[in-house]
Design a protein around this ligand. Structure first.
Ligand SMILES: [Zn+2]
Length: 419
């Protein structure tokens, strides 16, 4: 089989608008673009994991095509001129691919067929190639994408913004007759957020740093959750490094997290607080300790030069937003399930186990988020517990029980929630 390769060098292009009608001239002569091409089942494939996406579209004949990766939300847009989608169920094919959210196919008024894939984070295109079998007349379009840091994606997005605005607004218009295929992810994804890290050690007692304690705890919790097989798990940091509060939320969004669990073990000056506390986002702190903790957690961001001057406004805006009306009760239910779990595990709870405060890290409106103080390093008993392997096993099991309980209840309420 003679294969003609039409390769497009894509150095690091975020979005490559490739209208291959020009480069395909040779192939046109041999295969012709006359009739509508079909996707060939069995040879069309979508695969990948959380960090990569590969797609091979096998076609009954070569077609002009163009590929773009757009931001906000990240998505891959593939246009083919002209192709009949009917033969292959791409949605079904993509169902087990972690990097893919929803997938939509449709036809644009001007004859282009469009495929839009929601990406579970910032991806860029590393390869885009159509290979034409000049004997059979068939072709295969191969696309490869890999995940990049959000900063890199945003930088590239800015460069492409104007072009994207020109093309995507018109092409992604809902009137473009897009047939929908939407599906649920396989497992809910928990984002564990070990507090502090890097320049910010958190609380310190007897040479023990909160940043280290909670990272160690998060790793054990991740293991426990993965072993049970109900959830997938990601972490905002897996090393002693500084991550801004906003960066933690963005990291959770980037992987499409379903819930956000910030882990802490702070110290309070009066040294009286002990036992686990679950904090929710609120405009008014439930007490002085909550106000102190919220303020203290913002301090590292300020040290690192992150501008938090509008933070109070931001939290007020979140609390008033429509999306929050859906998320707030889910966060509260999560907090309640955690209290039940910790209590059932025979572990210590604070006398007021659910509290609220203006915690910057909890202000994502699109996923239930809570902050757990596993205990307080300022309490000698809690500090001993936090360093005790048996206590840690008890606590990771209790939290895992709680997350499963919450998820079950949350699923049951799903049909009642507005879309
Ligand atoms: Zn902390």
């Amino acid at each position: 089989m003679r294969v003609r390769s039409i390769r497009c060098a894509v150095p690091f292009a975020l979005s490559v608008a490739l209208v291959l009608a020009v480069t395909l001239t040779g192939a046109i002569a041999q295969t012709g673009f006359g009739a509508q091409a079909r996707l060939i089942s069995g040879e069309t494939r979508i695969s990948g994991d959380a960090a990569a996406l590969h797609m091979s579209l096998a076609l009954s004949q070569a077609v002009p095509y163009r590929v773009r990766v757009l931001g906000e939300p990240p998505r891959l847009v593939v246009d083919l001129n002209t192709v009949d989608w009917a033969e292959v169920d791409l949605g079904d094919m993509a169902r087990s691919v972690r990097s893919v959210g929803a997938l939509r196919i449709g036809y644009l008024p001007d004859g282009w067929a469009r495929l839009v894939i929601d990406l579970a984070g910032p991806f860029v295109l590393s390869r885009s190639e159509q290979r034409v079998d000049s004997v059979q007349g068939t072709s295969q379009i191969d696309l490869e994408l890999y995940r990049v840091a959000l900063e890199e994606f945003e930088q590239l997005a800015r460069n492409e913004e104007q072009f994207a605005a020109r093309t995507s607004a018109a092409l992604l218009h809902p009137n473009a007759h897009v047939a929908g295929v939407r599906f649920e992810p396989r497992k809910p994804l928990v984002m564990l957020d070990p507090g502090h890290g890097g320049i910010d050690p958190g609380a310190e007692r007897d040479g023990v740093r909160e940043a280290d304690l909670v990272l160690e705890f998060a790793r054990h919790l991740r293991e426990t959750l993965l072993r049970r097989g109900i959830f997938d798990v990601a972490m905002t940091r897996d090393a002693d490094e500084f991550v801004s509060l906003d960066g933690r939320i963005r990291a959770a969004r980037a992987v499409g997290a379903d819930l956000f669990l910030s882990l802490h073990a702070d110290a309070l000056p009066e040294g009286l607080a002990s036992g686990a506390v679950i904090y929710l986002l609120g405009d008014k702190a439930s007490d002085d300790s909550a106000a102190y903790l919220a303020e203290r957690h913002d301090r590292a961001d300020m040290l690192a030069g992150v501008d938090l001057t509008r933070n109070t406004d931001e939290i007020a805006r979140v609390l008033m937003s429509v999306a929050w009306q859906d998320t707030a009760p889910r966060s509260r239910a999560l907090a309640e399930a955690l209290v039940e779990g910790v209590d059932a595990g025979g572990l210590r709870l604070h006398r007021r186990p659910i509290q609220s405060g203006a915690f910057t890290v909890l202000r994502a409106v699109d996923m239930p988020s809570v902050l757990i103080e596993l205990g307080f390093m300022s309490s000698p008993r809690d500090l001993a517990n936090l360093q005790d392997a048996n206590w840690r096993i008890g606590m990771t099991e209790a939290i895992s029980d709680a997350l499963e309980l919450w998820h079950e209840r949350d699923q049951a309420l799903q049909p009642l929630r507005r879309q």
